[in-house]
Design a protein around this ligand. Sequence first.
Ligand SMILES: [Zn+2]
Length: 80
Amino acid sequence: MISGDARRTVLRRGSRKGPAKLGVCPLCGRTLLDPEIDHMQPISRQGTDFAENLWVICRRCNRTKRTQTRYEFELRMSES
Ligand SMILES: [Zn+2]
């Protein structure tokens, strides 16, 4: 479970700089209409619920990413 503190940290961080710039999805570059907090390293693959492992991406990317890591997903995006 993502704690309220971690959630707030990620959303606050996203409003300025960092991996999750709120307003634009860092993965697809589209406007974040449905921002969702995602685990860069999925929980099912030993990821944590700490803010360092969380970022904000759009719902669409979140659904596509599933249990891939952030790096696997970015690699796949750059190949297609
Ligand atoms: Zn996206």
